[in-house]
Write a protein that binds this ligand. Structure first.
Ligand SMILES: Cc1ncc(C[n+]2csc(CCOP(=O)(O)OP(=O)(O)O)c2C)c(N)n1
Ligand SMILES: [Mg+2]
Length: 930
């Protein structure tokens, strides 16, 4: 009975196959078919990609048996070189893999095999027993796949068929030979490092040496299949070997680094990073094509590099007008830049950024056409074995949410590794989705080479001790099979030995170069230690043009009536009447003018198209069709630079990492990430600490990324009030006892007017260096009538002012100077008017880092009668800019500041309205009456 119900279930799913085939639609579009910049709807495949609908009642049992192996065969595979994992309960699949469950006997002849399986049921398969043997060989040996979770049955069928054919194919002898020698060379390199530097933690690839063959075949297959660039990110394991074997990092450079020498010339500013974070890139040539492979630098924080690599890949696609940026609709299915992400098994299962990056992978404006993931599954994370390192059966189970295939391979079988690589690349290039290769291997030594792993895994290491290294066994196998000659191989290996020895001896004299200002970065420089001012003004006519165009919609576009009135018509009127300019208009003017000047703009974050506070509306939605219109991308016919609006998934870490990755590849794109509310940035703290604030110092990678962090104490409670500017200020390398220059690591601004914001954004692109910019951005100021600017504030010759002096007081009568920043200025100004406190001057610090010492010295001197200098802030005393400005005012400006603001608190703001109001009153009192 059970078997019948199973067949019935399969029969139902068969009908589902047919249904799906007829209804195939792309799942990666907006609600309309219309393309927007950075997103081309996927073409719907016009031909069926499965023949499963030809299965009949008679052939159904054989189909069920084959399908059983496709879906469950991996549970009985031999992919684990250390033997079966105790997590695996194979009894659950016995029934599914048993022919009798489908009323088939082992001795039965396979009559009328379904034609769709002709590549499996060929001449040598006559009985059910033959078929089971063959299926066991394909699905239960050292290479297998996991596909049961894939919801698109046509895609799953395509993948299985490819796998089955590839599994049975012969490998090219020259490829096997090349891989054997590459593995042997990498092994020799590890041995030399180990013998010359006995205390070095190199995180070697011992125990997963066949990865070298896997990488080689991913590169070869990519080059052959039309991929021309690969962006790699990798954790520590085997990384040095990947860099030296393929990516042009010379052994001499590694030896130099281990000995503690500089990795770039003395005139280049930076602190450098450790050996296991180095990176490099090189063009690799294969018989059928070439591919440029580059690895991004990474911090120690495991898996943080993944969204960064994906973002960089997407930027490469933009630069090449590839993938989603292609202007040829039929090209939409090529993504010639590929992202290769290399993971450790424990980190892959444990780090949340993996889930976020996977969730991002198919979303418009973040899609890179599929990444290839390699999990170096040595079944240990430091000293924690897989059984206790995760809940899921496999390390890769998190990827099931994306309905993409997993290839499982025994790392001791180099031939299977080669096939796994080919399959992954072909799937990615056909379906433009992620694919995972789970390499089951082991770690011959401890987490680092100085550790003793038998402290914690004694039994596992008894097994590992007796294992022969794969480069040795594979080479012997090829010699035995006559694929290569022992003398030739020995000659090559000893030649490599000699080369490495020479590299070691000459390493101290090796020429060192910094490569950070090459290609699209040429013309850029490292920022100087002085402060420069940049004319970021724009012709008023042009600004009027941009303003009008920023709300221009096609004749057949149906705008929402409220937006038509409050956004579109109002901006048109304002533009015509020279009315004051609000925050959103100034932003549109900055974006549009940059586009006209040859820069791209990309803004991403949650709901950025409309804006959290419904003020931006840079992306309009047709009320009849749901079509998206981005007016700034239609300013004029020959427009070549565009605004990309990436309404992101609800993630901070992966999205911010993605934008950072995009920005390090694109000095000519103003990349902006906006937090929904400022404090949500802390979900992405790893990206800020390890990339944004320190990437240039560690790796010479500049970024002009802008982080917009809505902030302001407006009674919204602990989590929607403060963007915690203090955190950013503490992360800067601003000096406490010397004047800052342009070369601070991050700019931190808290502007109060639309024109100041306009200049800040434009300055990011017009300067000849790039620095991250953190903006405490407004919430209530977006609509405050006082917070407006005029066109002359943005005209040619104008620029950003780090300090805005008081323009209304009679300076000689001022007895108290109050310094402040952000929206608090308007509260103070209103209060001063109320109190008629004409002897109080309000001076705004619009930019806190670099600290504007000279401007402040100048301003302070201009108040000859001032007796009191106060810092007034709305934040609590342990938040905001107070602890940053205080020592700088004292040491650099020569002013001892008094404090007016909230008292210390555990949370950034209180949650009780009545308390909030009292606090506000107290701040005003302490500012004006102290
Ligand atoms: C976010 C983070 N947490 C902890 C560590 C410390 N750490 C470094 S390597 C490692 C184990 C990683 O295991 P796995 O991902 O399986 O890689 P393997 O070392 O086995 O190749 C740990 C815990 C780290 N580098 N990053
Ligand atoms: Mg591991």
């Amino acid at each position: 009975m059970a078997s019948y119900s199973f067949i019935w279930r399969m029969g139902c799913s068969l009908k589902f196959h047919r249904l799906k085939l007829n209804l195939r639609v792309s799942s990666r579009t907006y609600k309309t078919e219309a393309a927007v910049f950075g997103h081309n709807p996927l073409l719907i495949r016009d031909q069926p990609v499965t023949d499963l609908d030809r299965i009949t009642k008679e052939t159904l049992p054989v189909h069920c048996l084959i399908n059983g192996y496709r879906e469950y065969g991996h549970l009985q595979s031999r992919v684990n070189p250390l033997g079966q994992s105790s997590k695996l309960d194979i009894s659950s699949c016995q029934w599914i893999l048993n022919p009798e469950s489908y009323s088939l006997n082992m001795s039965d002849t396979v009559t009328n095999p379904p034609p769709v399986y002709s590549h499996i049921i060929s001449n040598e398969v006559t009985t059910v027993s033959d078929l089971v043997d063959k299926l066991k060989h394909i699905y239960c040996d050292k290479l297998t796949v996991e596909v049961a979770h894939m919801v698109d049955s046509a895609e799953k069928d395509w993948f299985c068929k490819q796998y089955e054919e590839l599994h049975q194919s012969e490998l090219m002898p020259e490829h096997r030979q090349q891989n054997a020698i590459l593995m042997k060379k990498s092994q020799v390199f590890e041995q030399i490092l180990a013998s010359k530097f006995t205390t070095l933690k190199r995180y070697g690839g011992d125990g997963c040496e066949s990865l070298i063959a896997l990488y080689n075949e991913i590169f070869r297959e990519s080059a052959t299949g039309g991929v021309d660039k690969i962006v790699v990110c990798s954790a520590h394991r085997g990384r040095l070997n990947l860099l030296t074997t393929f990516l042009g990092l010379s052994p001499a450079q590694v030896f130099r680094k281990v000995q503690g020498h500089r990795e770039w010339p003395e005139n280049v500013k930076g602190c450098g990073d450790v050996l296991s974070h180095l990176s490099s890139g090189k063009t690799l040539e294969y018989a059928d094509g070439e591919v440029y492979v580059t690895m991004i630098p990474n911090p120690s924080h495991l898996e943080a590099c993944n969204p960064v690599a994906a973002g960089k890949t997407r930027a490469k696609q933009r630069l090449a007008m590839d993938g989603d940026y292609s202007t040829h609709p039929h090209d939409t299915q090529t993504h010639r830049a590929l992202c290769l992400q290399i993971h450790g098994d424990a980190a892959f299962a444990g780090q949340g950024v993996i889930q976020e990056t996977l969730a991002l992978s198919g979303v418009p404006h973040f899609n890179v056409g599929g990444s290839i993931h390699v999990v170096i599954n040595n079944q240990l994370g430091f000293t924690t074995e897989a059984e206790r390192g995760r809940t899921s059966l496999y390390s890769s189970c998190v990827t099931k949410m994306n309905s993409v295939p997993v290839i499982r391979v025994n790392g001791e079988d180099a031939d299977s590794m080669i096939k796994a690589a080919a399959l992954a690349v072909r799937y990615r290039n056909t379906w433009h989705k992620d694919v995972i290769i789970d390499v089951m291997c082991y770690r011959r030594l401890g987490h680092n080479e100085l550790d003793d792993p038998s402290f914690t895994q004694p039994i596992m290491y008894r097994v590992i001790k007796d294992k022969m290294p794969v480069p040795d066994t594979y080479l012997s196998q090829l010699i035995e099979e006559g694929v290569c000659k022992e003398e030739d191989m020995n000659g090559k290996i000893s030649g490599w030995h000699t080369y490495l020895q020479q590299q070691f001896e000459t390493s101290k004299e090796a020429v060192i170069e910094a490569d950070h200002l090459e290609k699209q970065w040429s013309g850029m420089t490292q920022a100087s230690s002085t402060v420069t001012t940049w004319d970021t003004g724009v012709d008023e006519q042009l600004l009027r043009f941009v303003s009008a165009k920023s709300v221009d919609v096609p004749a057949d576009f149906t705008a929402h009536p409220t937006l038509n009135r409050s956004h579109i018509q109002r901006r048109i009127e304002k533009t015509q009447q020279n009315s004051p300019i609000d925050w959103a208009t100034a932003e549109a003017m900055a974006f549009g003018s940059l586009l006209i000047q040859g820069y791209d703009v990309r803004i991403s974050g949650q709901d950025v198209g409309r804006g959290t506070f419904s003020h931006r509306h840079i992306m309009l939605v047709d009320q009849e069709t749901d079509a998206i219109h981005i007016p700034l991308n239609h300013m004029y016919d020959e427009q070549t630079n565009f605004l990309e609006v990436g309404n992101s998934i609800l993630s901070e870490e992966a999205v911010l990492g993605f934008e950072y990755g995009f920005s390090i590849e694109s000095p000519r794109c103003l990349a902006i990430w906006e937090a929904q509310f400022g404090d949500f940035f802390n979900g992405a703290q790893i990206m800020i600490d390890t990339y944004i604030s320190s990437g240039e110092a560690k790796w010479l990678r500049q970024t002009g990324l802008v982080m917009l962090l809505p902030t302001g104490m407006d009674g919204a409670g602990p989590e929607h009030s403060s963007c915690r500017l203090e955190r950013f200020l503490q992360l800067t390398d601003s000096k406490e006892e010397e004047t800052d220059g342009d070369d601070v690591n991050m700019y931190v601004a808290h502007p109060t007017t639309p024109s100041q914001y306009f200049h800040l954004l434009r300055r990011q692109m017009l300067r000849n260096f790039r620095k991250p910019l953190i903006v405490g951005s407004p919430k209530t100021l977006l609509r405050l009538p006082a917070a407006v600017s005029t066109l002359p504030d943005m005209a040619p010759g104008t620029h950003f002012h780090p300090v805005l002096d008081d323009s209304v007081v009679n300076k000689s009568k001022v007895s108290k100077v109050v310094f402040c920043s952000g929206k608090h200025f308007y509260t103070l100004a209103e209060e001063r008017d109320k109190r008629k406190a004409t002897d109080v001057a309000l001076v705004r610090l619009e930019e806190l880092c670099p600290f504007p010492t000279q401007s402040l010295q100048h301003v302070t001197k201009s108040y000859p009668s001032a007796k009191q200098f106060i810092w007034s802030q709305e934040e609590h005393r342990n938040y905001g800019s107070w602890s940053f400005v205080r020592p700088r005012f004292e040491n650099l400006v020569g002013v001892k500041l008094g404090y007016a603001g909230r008292a210390e608190l555990a949370a950034p703001a209180c949650g009780m309205g009545i308390v909030h109001k009292t606090e506000c009153a107290n701040i005003l009192e302490s500012t004006f009456n102290s």
